[in-house]
Design a protein around this ligand. Structure first.
Ligand SMILES: [Mg+2]
Length: 253
C-alpha cells in the first residue's frame, strides 16, 4: 500500500474534548462581541442555526459566506461588521478556549513522522471555523509550526463532512487520486464517508484515552444511544494513532 497523502480529522482525533461543553463556552465567549445586536438567547440560537445551515452547504458559496449571510439575516448587522466582530473575537478571546482541550500525546510525533516520510498531510477538520481559528486550534495541538499541506476551514471550503464533495475538494486542492489517500478520524460517518470516493479509511479509536480523561464525543454517544441505523462505510484499519503509524509504514519502528 502506497499512500501519498494522509487526511486526518482534528476534533477527538488529535485533541480530545467534550464538544457540547466547548460549544457553550464558545458561545459565551463570543457573545460580548455581538451584545449590541442580539440578546443572549437570540445570539445562541442564531449561532446554532447558522452553523447547522453551514454544515448543509451545497457548494453555492464558501462556508463562511453561507454562515454569515444566515447569521445576519433579520438583524441590523452588516456582512462586513459581522465579519469584523467575529475576527476580533477569534483574535482576542478564542485562544482561551484552548484550556478545554486535551492534546493526544502521540499526535505531533505522528504528523512529524508522516511529513518526514514525504507524505502530504491535510488537517481534514469539519470546516466550520475560519482560517484564523483553525490556525489557533492547530497551535493547541502543538502542530502550529509544522509544514502541513493544507487545513480545511470555512474560508476555503464550500461543503462540510460527510459530503463526498468535501473530500473531492481536498483531492482537487492537493492534486491526488483518491486511492493514494488515507482518511483517518474518530467518526464512523463524517470521516469514513471519504470511502465513497475510493479514499482509504482508518477509524481512530481513542476510547481508552478518553476514558482516562472522562470525556466522550457527545455526537457519537448520542448516536449510539438513539440506536439509529447509519450507513456503514468501509473501514480499512482502526486503532490508536500509534496503530495508524504502523498501518501507514508497517511494523518497523
Ligand atoms: Mg472528530
Amino acid at each position: 500500500m502506497i499512500i501519498k497523502a494522509l487526511l486526518i480529522d482534528f476534533d477527538n482525533t488529535l485533541v480530545l474534548f467534550n464538544e457540547d461543553e466547548f460549544l457553550v463556552n464558545y458561545a459565551e465567549k463570543a457573545y460580548p462581541y455581538m451584545a449590541d445586536y442580539f440578546d443572549q438567547s437570540t445570539f445562541f440560537q442564531k449561532l446554532l442555526q447558522s452553523t447547522v445551515n453551514m454544515i448543509r452547504n451545497d457548494g453555492s458559496m464558501t462556508n463562511v459566506e453561507l454562515f454569515t449571510n444566515h447569521f445576519i439575516s433579520g438583524s441590523e448587522l452588516s456582512y462586513e461588521e459581522c465579519h469584523n466582530r467575529l475576527r476580533k473575537f477569534y483574535a482576542e478571546s478564542f485562544r482561551q478556549l484552548g484550556n478545554q482541550v486535551h492534546v493526544v500525546p502521540y499526535g505531533r510525533k505522528l504528523i512529524k513522522r508522516v511529513l518526514q516520510k514525504g507524505l502530504q498531510v491535510v488537517i481534514a477538520t469539519n470546516p466550520i471555523f475560519p482560517e484564523l481559528a483553525t490556525q489557533i486550534r492547530l497551535e493547541w495541538a502543538n502542530l502550529g509550526d509544522l509544514d502541513i499541506t493544507m487545513s480545511t476551514h470555512a474560508e476555503n471550503m464550500s461543503y462540510c463532512k460527510p459530503r463526498p464533495e468535501y473530500y473531492r475538494s481536498i483531492l482537487d486542492h492537493i492534486n491526488q487520486k483518491p486511492e493514494d489517500c488515507l482518511m483517518a478520524g474518530n467518526d464512523p460517518i463524517s470521516d469514513m464517508a471519504a470511502s465513497v470516493l475510493g479514499i482509504k479509511t482508518f477509524l481512530v479509536d481513542l476510547d481508552q484515552e478518553k476514558g482516562r480523561l472522562g470525556i466522550l464525543s457527545k455526537e457519537i454517544e448520542e448516536r449510539t444511544k438513539k440506536k439509529v441505523v447509519y450507513p456503514q462505510y468501509p473501514i480499512d484499519g482502526s486503532g490508536t494513532l500509534q496503530d495508524l503509524e504502523r498501518f501507514l509504514f508497517g511494523t518497523k519502528r
